[in-house]
Design a protein around this ligand. Structure first.
Ligand code: GLN
Length: 306
């Protein structure tokens, strides 16, 4: 495993076009695109790293996996009254579908869906309390109390968040929200601003690779059935309108973020986190996807066969 990922990291260093870093906020625009990290946490407890696996980055939409898990724990099946579970085929921040579908987002991983999930998690709590719960949950999953929110990123998200605010207000106009729109947006922007490294992220995802149980801590986070369902949503919806292409190339459930991180689950085998800040046109990490494609080929881990 170490040889495989060392080779992948060396190969990635030679790729001339590393994609384009997100430019909508200065904290992401200023990240050096020449960085690559991969961490693999196996279900047997072993962990492997290559590249800058201890460099913190903004997990952005990868956080939506954790907030969905938390919402399912709180609301159970009622979550599906708030969001659907179909791929959208549209960009992550698209607004068109929402009107046709009466303000109910297609899935929990597009922005509208994750904002609706933030509202569901809050359940009348102050944003601060909801956020504390989210960050505690992520720390619990990663078994690492040092994980925190990057407040500068959160502030920039808020300042540039007109599109997300539009999505939220549009949904609220259907009477779907239980909390004030600004409070919900505050929760959403902050959970997108959690900073993690690939080592922490791979560990945090491990419960999804191991029937709901984190093998490092022994804690049952979700039932095996729920882990399976979260994985299926990641496969179908985790890369927005690039989800089909990702399934075609990598063949594993994954969730990307505009910070350049991707969390990928090889069920029964491993949780994998990659990070490289340069993005493709859809907003998914260019080298991250490339690296995962090679990894899936070399390990035979694709859920669709070798
Ligand atoms: N914070 C980003 C946004 O809401 C997250 C998007 C993403 O990572 N794809 O626009």
């Amino acid at each position: 495993m170490q040889t495989i990922i060392d080779d992948i990291a060396a190969q990635m260093a030679l790729v001339p076009n590393k994609g384009t870093v997100a430019s909508y906020i200065p904290q992401l625009a200023s990240v050096n695109p020449d960085q690559f990290a991969i961490s693999i946490a196996l279900t047997n407890g072993e962990v492997y790293h290559a590249g800058c696996a201890h460099t913190l980055f903004s997990i952005q939409s990868v956080s939506k996996v954790f907030t969905l898990t938390l919402a399912l724990g709180k609301l159970g099946e009622r979550v599906w009254q708030r969001v659907g579970r179909e791929p959208s085929g549209d960009p992550f921040n698209s607004i068109v579908q929402l009107e046709h579908e009466h303000g109910k987002p297609r899935n929990p991983f597009i922005n509208a869906g994750a904002i609706a999930i933030a509202d569901a998690i809050m359940q009348g709590h102050q944003p601060k309390e909801a956020l504390a719960e989210i960050i505690q949950f992520v720390r619990f999953l990663a078994n690492d109390d040092s994980i925190a929110i990057d407040e500068k990123v959160a502030r920039s998200e808020l300042e540039t968040g007109d599109r997300n605010a539009s999505l939220a207000h549009f949904m609220a106009s259907f009477g779907h929200f239980k909390n004030p729109v600004d409070a919900v947006l505050g929760t959403y922007f902050h959970h997108c601003s959690i900073a993690m490294n690939t080592q922490q992220l791979a560990t945090a995802g491990l419960f999804l690779a191991n029937n709901g149980i984190n093998p490092h801590t022994g804690y049952a986070v979700v039932s095996p059935n729920r882990a399976k369902r979260i994985n299926s949503l990641m496969l179908m919806c985790g890369h927005y309108d690039g989800s089909g292409e990702f399934a075609f190339r990598v063949g594993l459930p994954g969730k990307s973020g505009v910070g350049g991180g991707i969390l990928v689950i090889a069920p029964g085998k491993a949780s994998i986190a990659v990070w490289s800040p340069g993005l493709d046109a859809i907003g998914n990490s260019k080298l991250g996807t490339h690296a995962l494609e090679i990894l899936a080929q070399k390990t035979g881990w694709s859920i669709f066969g070798e």
